[in-house]
Design a protein around this ligand. Sequence first.
Ligand SMILES: C[S@@+](CC[C@H](N)C(=O)[O-])C[C@H]1O[C@@H](n2cnc3c(N)ncnc32)[C@H](O)[C@@H]1O
Length: 192
Amino acid sequence: MSKTTMTPVKFLKESLRNLKTVGTITRSSKYVCQRMIRPIDFSKAINVIELGAGDGVITRHILNKMSADSKLFVFEVNDSFVKRLDLIKDPRLHVVHASAELMEEKLKELGVEEVDYIISALPFVVFPDDLANKIVEKSFDMLKMGGTYIQIHYSLMLKKMYARIFGNVHVRFVPLNIPPAFILVSNKTEAA
Ligand SMILES: C[S@@+](CC[C@H](N)C(=O)[O-])C[C@H]1O[C@@H](n2cnc3c(N)ncnc32)[C@H](O)[C@@H]1O
């Protein structure tokens, strides 16, 4: 555990207080984090958006691999988690204390029109359907052609949403997580 992440007990308390937005009571395991960043080509300068960063467990995995000229924009709504994220002192990291649906406006303010990857741990199954759809559609719009969207879920209930918006979705199962997780990966292609 990094110095800036919460203890598992603090994370649990924060999650229980905000179950409707956090959607789980444990942070992602290192196996999930490794699997989520596997589709990313870190050999290039890239722009990445992370949605629902929590206290930054996936954020740190991305920063550890990212080149010096890459950028990571994380969106988080929870005040306590944002305070933790702000403790990560890294010039490549931009913490945005706002809802994911505002990604387009917030990135425009930072002079960014499109990104290479979007990696999301947003608990869409507890979101209203129209909000989940809106965020995934915005993600599609924000990605460069050839860009990749990566999402963690604990069931395959919403797989159809990615298939509809991106025209493709590939699923990987990660048993070593509480609860066991699915990583869904969709690419933005001309065919969509
Ligand atoms: C399941 S937790 C994931 C935390 C961490 N990334 C991990 O993998 O352990 C989901 C996170 O999404 C955040 N969240 C929920 N709704 C959001 C929204 N509309 N925009 C941005 N973040 C949101 C929650 O506050 C929570 O930190």
